[in-house]
Design a binder for this molecule. Structure first.
Ligand SMILES: NC(=O)c1ccc[n+]([C@@H]2O[C@H](COP(=O)([O-])OP(=O)(O)OC[C@H]3O[C@@H](n4cnc5c(N)ncnc54)[C@H](O)[C@@H]3O)[C@@H](O)[C@H]2O)c1
Length: 331
């Protein structure tokens, strides 16, 4: 039994994850499959909010994932949007991993990159599965923050021919910052004046905004060829969701907390508009598209992904001698 705890900071996590996009996507895909085979325990995330404050929150995502992972732990992730004005990232996180024999904490990892990369790997996995055309050369990003930065990074793994990326953000400055901080050889950016023109230019579109309530009531440029990665979950009006082919990560989780899926359920009174989950879409038991409809992916973000990826990082860090071991952490 170990009294020691491995602690990994941001640069150490970054060094382990660097260049391992294919493996990360595979870990996420396998985690979804195991979860939907029932080999997990995944309580609803708990949202900590503060009196008189509608914007800040801290979310706890406890999770156990079985199969070859055999990992339990929790991501504790905060969102303080005012950080952006202070020059600090909106989100920050820690992931705790527990020993499955004793229950004791065995590792603590800085979690913002793990969280962003598991989200991006999920988006890229769904993008490949739902969009189909691996030769796609164009993508659109609505919301130019940390998450769409990682999503673009992972989309380039699944769509290696991407050469043009259309951007839209409420803030022109954020678009400029995005372009400056995400340089890729052979890839050019174009800023769009509105979301309609972004949809007219690109068929594969990722939303990662901080919108709290749906602000897109209809989209004239939306066609049956579009694939929407609805990562921020609260951009599209229920009428758009109802007219789309919807794939989710887990219906029980995503149909909550005023997501567009939740609002559509409240409007229609049923969830028949959801075709299925990403594990079944990847396995081919749920069709990735339906005739005459755009495909929309709505992932709530499952704690099983965080603990699976954190375990991968912790094990590789141990093998490579990376990180700080706190001795006698336990009583
Ligand atoms: N589903 C998941 O698994 C998952 C995981 C992590 C983060 N997220 C979500 O992804 C979103 C983005 O996270 P981030 O860390 O990149 O945030 P961020 O604050 O770094 O960037 C968000 C950007 O969206 C822009 N924006 C806000 N409202 C907009 C609108 N109506 N139209 C266009 N642009 C708009 C902001 O100006 C900002 O530049 C958040 O909502 C977060 O909760 C989802």
């Amino acid at each position: 039994m170990s009294e020691n705890v491995l602690v990994l900071g941001n640069t150490q996590v970054k060094s382990i994850l660097s260049g391992r996009e294919d493996e990360v996507i595979e870990i996420i895909k396998r985690a979804y499959i195991l979860h939907h085979e029932g080999q997990s325990s995944l309580p609803h995330s708990v949202f900590l909010r503060f009196p008189g404050n509608d914007t800040d929150r801290i979310i706890g995502l406890p999770a156990y994932l079985g199969g070859e992972y055999g990992v339990a732990g929790m991501k504790w992730v905060s969102s303080f949007p005012g950080n952006i004005q202070k020059g600090v990232e909106r989100a920050s996180a820690a992931v705790f991993l527990n020993d499955m024999e004793t229950g004791r904490v065995r590792a603590i990892l800085e979690g913002s990159l793990i969280s962003a990369q598991r989200t991006a790997a999920s988006a890229a996995l769904a993008g490949k599965c739902l969009h189909g055309d691996a030769g796609e050369t164009k993508a659109g990003l609505v919301g130019c923050g940390v998450i769409n930065g990682q999503i673009l990074h992972f989309l380039r793994t699944e769509f290696p021919k991407l050469e043009k990326v259309y951007l839209y953000d409420l803030s022109d400055e954020r678009m400029d910052q995005f372009i400056a901080s995400n340089p890729y050889e052979g890839l050019t950016y174009e800023k769009c004046g509105d979301i309609e023109s972004l949809f007219a230019a690109a068929k594969l579109v990722s939303f990662a905004t901080t919108a709290g309530t749906p602000y897109i009531k209809h989209l004239n440029a939306l066609t049956a060829d579009h694939t929407i990665l609805g990562i921020s979950l609260r951009d599209l009006d229920p009428d758009i969701i109802a007219g789309s082919h919807n794939i989710v990560d887990d219906l029980d989780h995503v149909c909550r907390e005023k997501t567009s899926i939740h609002l559509t359920y409240q409007k229609l009174g049923n969830t028949d508009f959801v075709a299925g989950n990403i594990a079944d879409a990847v396995k081919g038991t749920v069709p990735p598209r339906a005739a005459g409809k755009p495909s929309v992916y709505s992932p709530f973000g499952l704690g099983v992904l965080d603990v699976a990826l954190a375990q991968y990082v912790a094990e590789n860090a141990k093998d490579e001698g990376v990180g700080t071991v706190i001795e006698n952490f336990q009583p």
